[in-house]
Design a protein around this ligand. Structure first.
Ligand code: ZN
Length: 155
């Protein structure tokens, strides 16, 4: 399983990757794939499906669209780096056949994350510090988010 940036255009899903990537030769040999579009933080909800895959040569165009979507219009080191290799970029085009939605929001309502903190608004223990790894924050206050009622608060 790999995670890729994606964009939906006319009912198809597009990703971009380097021509030499393992996933490309794999998909050429076996042009059917399962996919999942999901948030990378709880509550977990999204769509899952199956589709046929075509590798197309408009990777360049798709990459531009993805950079705008995920990095914005402003040039960054990452966007510049990605563009230097864009001539060997191919697009992965997925035509979905089966799609199903899933939503674990309800099921996760009572999830207790290991933080041991309780949301002051709704009392759920499905809360997590959202400061982690953010070294820009020079503060002794820690920001928490409740995934149940979506509120933020500070400790
Ligand atoms: Zn809450």
């Amino acid at each position: 399983m790999i995670s890729l940036w994606f964009e939906q255009i006319d009912g198809k899903i597009y990703c971009a990757t380097q021509k030499s990537a393992k996933i490309v030769s794999h998909l050429k040999n076996n042009p059917v794939c399962g996919f999942e579009i999901a948030a990378d933080k709880p509550p977990y909800k999204g769509i899952r499906g199956e589709g046929t895959v075509k590798i197309t040569n408009n990777g360049n165009t798709i990459l531009d669209i993805l950079i705008k979507k995920y990095l914005g219009e402003k040039e960054s080191t990452l966007s510049k780096y990605l563009k230097t290799n864009s001539n060997t970029e191919v697009a992965i085009e997925i035509t979905p056949h089966k799609i199903s939605n899933y939503d674990y929001t309800k099921r996760m309502k009572d999830t207790v994350l290991s933080t041991g903190k309780e949301c002051p608004t709704c009392g759920s223990k499905n809360c997590e510090s959202v400061n982690k790894g953010n070294t820009d924050v020079i503060s002794t206050w820690e920001k928490y988010q409740c995934y149940n009622c979506k509120k933020f608060w500070y400790y």
